[in-house]
Every structure is written in structure tokens, then in C-alpha cells.
Design a protein around this ligand. Structure first.
Ligand code: EPZ
Length: 417
């Protein structure tokens, strides 16, 4: 099992490019199930989750070819509309094939994703939404069995915004009869990116990016071509790498407006940030202040940057109160940071971080989920001595060549087989 060895590094300096967004590429790849023919995507990140999606699409009779950052998916009618447990347990986002398969073929059998380290991750909102559109849903032996001859447009109101639920319902509604209105929809940039591609396929969608999305069903869609938006979470992680080492880093090929909440908090903490059309530069400092954050659905502070920001706060001057309002168990990185001598007191959904510059000491630590592993790498960049991050397969699910990007900026990091 690979490990990442990180040594105390000098202030990171230079430019680094952001890859395409994992959390946009995944729903985009599943949306191809809505119509036959060849779909082409550019700026697709080379990640484990993308390869898992490739295998799942191939199990639906699709021909998938990836070369560099280009993915070509040739979709044909699948022999069966079943997503096996083995695929779904490896990647919960596989549940995003449910809406397209049900809407296109009138039935779908998809394994329940099960929980993960950061929370129980239920899909009740996905299923209730599809039932509202007329689907008959049953759960048998760990599989969701959904049936409906033809979905009918309806008004759906989510009790809380759900990214995956909004994506599944938006895709399903494109081929339903009549108009679907999704209220309290998620507003993440990845929702807008998916809607942009669905519109290129001929879908009639408006309001994406706001909490009310309207979809007018059409009879048929046609394949098209699309460029995946930059990964705002990777961009934010790279910015924090510049900040925590007191360096000067320019993150290029990103969308600064996707990171408003992080940029606001970095400025509040004392950092200087400069934005161009497609890049953000952070100028490091020797010390910075502790600031409070509360994660919430976009455009609030993203839960996917909470762990990384906590590493920065662990070596800030002063206390910060970090509230995780999206997932019920997303503090698994806290104990690992404490092993590195951080002073953090976790409560149920709140962690009190008593920051102290230079307090971190290198140690062997364990990654528990994708963003926790990034947090531990960032902490390792400034900890005295060497930090070994174990189980970095979590990292490989969501970051493309992170160690190469950080090394290019001057980090002392290497992957050990
Ligand atoms: C997406 O997960 C992302 N994954 C997550 O990124 C991200 O953390 C999350 O959105 C929130 O931004 C992908 O896009 C592939 P949700 P998703 O449905 O869609 C509850 C990463 O690190 N909920 O918005 O699963 C749920 O338990 C990953 O890249 C229900 O109760 O998130 C959670 O508390 C981690 N019932 C909250 O809503 C449901 O039916 C938000 O979940 C669905 C969700």
C-alpha cells in the first residue's frame, strides 16, 4: 500500500495548474447514459474514481476510451440496467447512474452505496424525488429497484440541499413528461456544469446554480462535447499549501469566483490574495490569525475544504472554531493532527482549534478519507521532521498527481510504494 512521506518544506513558490473537477466529471460521465452515441469530454482528471466510473459504464455496454485528459464514451443500449454492489461500494457516486437509467429505460437496479468514513450518506432524498416523479422504488437485498414506464414532471422540494440528489433528479427529469421543478436544489458549480452539458444534449433546463431548477422534459437527447470545469477543491487545497508554508503560490486554470468563501476566510486570517480571470495568487506571511468557519452548501464554505483549512488553523496564532454542518462525522483527521501535536478539541459538529505557530511535529498518520489525506499532507509540509501519511489510496481518488504539483512548488514530498 502506497504511503506519502512529507518533510518540513521551504515556503512554496511558483505556479501550479488545477486539473478538471472530479465532482463534475463524475456526474457528466453518468449523464451519457441518457442517450446513445459518442460523448466527448475534455479536461477530465486522471483519478481512481474516474477509472471506477469507466468500468461501471463499460458494464453498461459503453465503450470508454481515455487518452490524456480526453474521455470518449460511446453509449449503446445496455444488456442489463444493474449496477453491481462491487462497483458502488468502491465509489458512492455510482448512485448517479440511477436517474439516467430509470429515465431512459424505465427501470434501474442499483446497489445501495452504504456509508463511508465521513457519515451515513443516505440517499433517501434521491429516492423520494424519483418517487415524486412516479417511480416505484423498492429496496431488496441491498439493491434499489426502481421502475417507471415514463417519469412525469412534478414539483420536488428537498428538505436540505443535496448535490447528488439534485444531479440525479435533474438528469432523470430531462426525459420525463412535462415540467419538473426542483426546490431547495444544490447550487454548487458542478450542478451548473452538468446542466450546461445536458443543455448541449438538448435538455431544457433553467435556474441551475440557484435553489429553484426547472426542467422541461424532451423526447430524446443527442450526444455532444464538453470541457469539465476546474476543480475548485484542488485549487483551494493548493492555495492552502501556499498559505501554510508562508510561500507565494499562483493557482492557474481555476475559477476564482468558485472559491469566494475560502478567499474571504484567508483574507480574514491575514493573507493577501490577488485574483486574475483564471488564477489566484496567495502571498504568504510569517503569522496569521485563527478564524472561525462553518461549512454549508455552496456558496458557503465548502465541507470539502474543512480538513485542509483546519491544518492551516492548527498553526495559526489564536483560536478558531470550526463547525461542520454538512456531514456528521467529518473530523476523522482531528485525532491524526493531534498526534502531530496540534491542540484541537473535537465536539459533535464543532472543533475548537487552539492554533500555535510551529507546533506541529512529524509523525506516522493515517488517512481516513479523501480530504483528510490532503489535510495531513499539508500539515506534514510544516511539521518538524518527517510525516508519513498511510492509506493514500484515499488521496488518489480525488487528486491528480498532487505530489508532483507540490514538488514543483518546492515541497519535500515523495510517494513510497
Ligand atoms: C457531494 O457528495 C460530493 N461528492 C462530496 O464530495 C461533497 O462533500 C458533498 O457533495 C457536499 O458538498 C460528489 O460530488 C461525487 P450531498 P453528495 O448529497 O452528493 C445528506 C469529496 O470529498 N443527504 O450534498 O453525497 C448527506 O448525508 C466528496 O469529493 C441526505 O440526508 O453530498 C449529507 O449530510 C466527499 N439524504 C448532506 O445531505 C440524501 O438523500 C449533503 O450531502 C442525500 C444527502
Amino acid at each position: 500500500m502506497d504511503k506519502m512521506c512529507v518533510a518540513k518544506s521551504p515556503a512554496l513558490k511558483g505556479e501550479v495548474h488545477t486539473s478538471g473537477a472530479k465532482n463534475s466529471a463524475l456526474p457528466l460521465l453518468f449523464s451519457t447514459l441518457l442517450c446513445d452515441g459518442e460523448h466527448v469530454f475534455h479536461n477530465v482528471p486522471q483519478l481512481m474514481d474516474i477509472h471506477s466510473t469507466k468500468s461501471l459504464l463499460e458494464s453498461f455496454n459503453c465503450e470508454v476510451s481515455m487518452s490524456g485528459d480526453v474521455a470518449k464514451i460511446y453509449v449503446k443500449p445496455p444488456a442489463k440496467v444493474e449496477a453491481q454492489y462491487d462497483f458502488v461500494r468502491k465509489m458512492r457516486a455510482s448512485i448517479l447512474c440511477l436517474g439516467p437509467l430509470l429515465s431512459r429505460y424505465g427501470e434501474a437496479v442499483v446497489s445501495l452505496p452504504g456509508g463511508c468514513a465521513i457519515g451515513s450518506r443516505p440517499i433517501n432524498l434521491h429516492l423520494e424525488g424519483l418517487e415524486t416523479l412516479g417511480a416505484e422504488i423498492s429496496v431488496e437485498k441491498g439493491y434499489v429497484i426502481a421502475k417507471c414506464k415514463k417519469l412525469k414532471g412534478e414539483r420536488i422540494s428537498f428538505e436540505n440541499p443535496t448535490v447528488g440528489g439534485t444531479e440525479n433528479l435533474m438528469m432523470a427529469a430531462t426525459l420525463a413528461e412535462g415540467e419538473t421543478i426542483i426546490e431547495n436544489a444544490a447550487k454548487e458549480p458542478e450542478i451548473v456544469d452538468l446542466a450546461d452539458y445536458l443543455r448541449k444534449m438538448g435538455a431544457k433546463i433553467e435556474g441551475d446554480g440557484t435553489s429553484i431548477i426547472k426542467i422541461e422534459g424532451v423526447d430524446q437527447l443527442r450526444p455532444s462535447e464538453h470541457r469539465v470545469i476546474p476543480d475548485r477543491i484542488e485549487a483551494g487545497t493548493l492555495l492552502i499549501a501556499g498559505a501554510i508554508t508562508g510561500g507565494e503560490v499562483t493557482v492557474e486554470s481555476c475559477v476564482p469566483s468558485h472559491l469566494d468563501a475560502l478567499i474571504y476566510k484567508l483574507k480574514e486570517s491575514g493573507f493577501e490574495i490577488y485574483q486574475e480571470k483564471e488564477s489566484i495568487t496567495i502571498k504568504g506571511r510569517n503569522n496569521w490569525g485563527g478564524v472561525d468557519i462553518t461549512t454549508a452548501p455552496h456558496p458557503a464554505f465548502p465541507t470539502d475544504l474543512q480538513a485542509q483549512f483546519m491544518a492551516l488553523m492548527a498553526v495559526a496564532e489564536g483560536t478558531s472554531v470550526i463547525t461542520e454542518s454538512v456531514f456528521e462525522n467529518r473530523f476523522m483527521h482531528v485525532q491524526e493532527l493531534v498526534r502531530m501535536n496540534a491542540n484541537i478539541t473535537p465536539k459533535t459538529r464543532v472543533a475548537i482549534v487552539r492554533g500555535k505557530p510551529g507546533c506541529l511535529q512529524g509523525a506516522p498518520v493515517m488517512a481516513t478519507d479523501l480530504r483528510a489525506s490532503a489535510c495531513l499532507v499539508l500539515a506534514g509540509l510544516v511539521a518538524e521532521g518527517e510525516t508519513t501519511v498511510n492509506r493514500i489510496y484515499h488521496l488518489d481518488r480525488g487528486y491528480e498527481k498532487l505530489e508532483e504539483k507540490l514538488t514543483k512548488l518546492g515541497a519535500k514530498i515523495q510517494r513510497v510504494k
